[in-house]
Design a protein around this ligand. Structure first.
Ligand SMILES: CC(C)(COP(=O)(O)OP(=O)(O)OC[C@H]1O[C@@H](n2cnc3c(N)ncnc32)[C@H](O)[C@@H]1OP(=O)(O)O)[C@@H](O)C(=O)NCCC(=O)NCCS
Length: 218
């Protein structure tokens, strides 16, 4: 890859949908493929991206390098609205699709779902609600091979400028990646909360940290 990349950051457009779904799926496990913990690309991609691409595309950005999509940032101005729409409009369809395609009967997926239930029983999904002071959220992913070349920083700058223009008070995000944590600190985020997750243990053979970072924008 050339040293000086020409990176263009632009708003997400409907034609980017498949690329964004692919990037988010292929980087879903600490930068590695979601297929490592879940069989069923269509269902996992729907769960991770459908709200952003179909309900709030105006809050999403892509990074183009030589007409190729090298990374994306999908965002939502208000996490509470996202959750409401996800629970009411996306989750039922997703559940039906999961039943129809048989992904719920897949052994790897059953192990993952049981791991989530185990964490839920142990109270590991309980976290303070940061949506009053930090209403917006984001997910950012840069493709392997394009990382460490300022693309993530440029995507973040575009999104934060957009949120400020929209008058959003703050933004928060969750990451399990120590690497991601280093990046967010560099961007000026502050650690708000730390917890643990064990549902990736069958794949990663360890309990991983869960960090919530936030930034006030006002
Ligand atoms: C995390 C990620 C979005 C960063 O994007 P990027 O384009 O690689 O990052 P940049 O090149 O813009 O780096 C910006 C700064 O953050 C730092 N940084 C980036 N990755 C880092 C890491 N793994 N550890 C520590 N610092 C890191 C860089 O050193 C750079 O600092 P500098 O300006 O002093 O050189 C990208 O690497 C990625 O998608 N990783 C896999 C998926 C993931 O972890 N997503 C985030 C969790 S939701």
């Amino acid at each position: 890859m050339p040293e000086n990349l020409e990176v263009k950051i632009r708003k997400f457009e409907p034609r980017d949908t498949q690329n964004v779904r692919r990037i988010i799926h292929d980087t879903a496990l600490l930068g590695e493929s979601g297929a490592l913990f879940f069989e069923g690309e269509e269902v996992l991609s729907d769960a991770l991206t459908l709200y952003f691409t179909d309900y709030e595309p105006q809050s999403c950005f892509v990074a183009e390098v030589n007409s190729e999509i090298a990374g994306c940032l999908v965002g939502a101005k208000n996490k509470l609205i996202l959750e409401k729409i996800f629970n009411k409009e996306i989750a039922p369809g997703l559940f039906c699709k999961a039943i129809k395609t048989g992904v719920l009967a897949n052994k790897k997926n059953i192990i993952f779902i049981l791991g989530c239930l185990w964490d839920a029983i142990r109270g590991r999904f309980i976290a303070p609600d940061f949506s009053r002071d930090y209403p917006a959220i984001l997910h950012i992913n840069v493709r392997n091979g394009f990382r460490g070349r300022d693309i993530g920083s440029k995507l973040m700058e575009s999104y934060l400028n957009y949120l400020r223009q929209e008058g959003v008070l703050g933004v928060h995000l969750a990451t399990m990646s120590e690497a991601g944590a280093g990046f967010f600190l560099k961007q000026g985020f502050k650690l708000l909360f730390a917890s643990k997750r064990s549902y990736f243990r069958p794949v990663l053979h360890k309990v991983v940290p869960l960090y919530i970072y936030g930034m006030k924008l006002a």
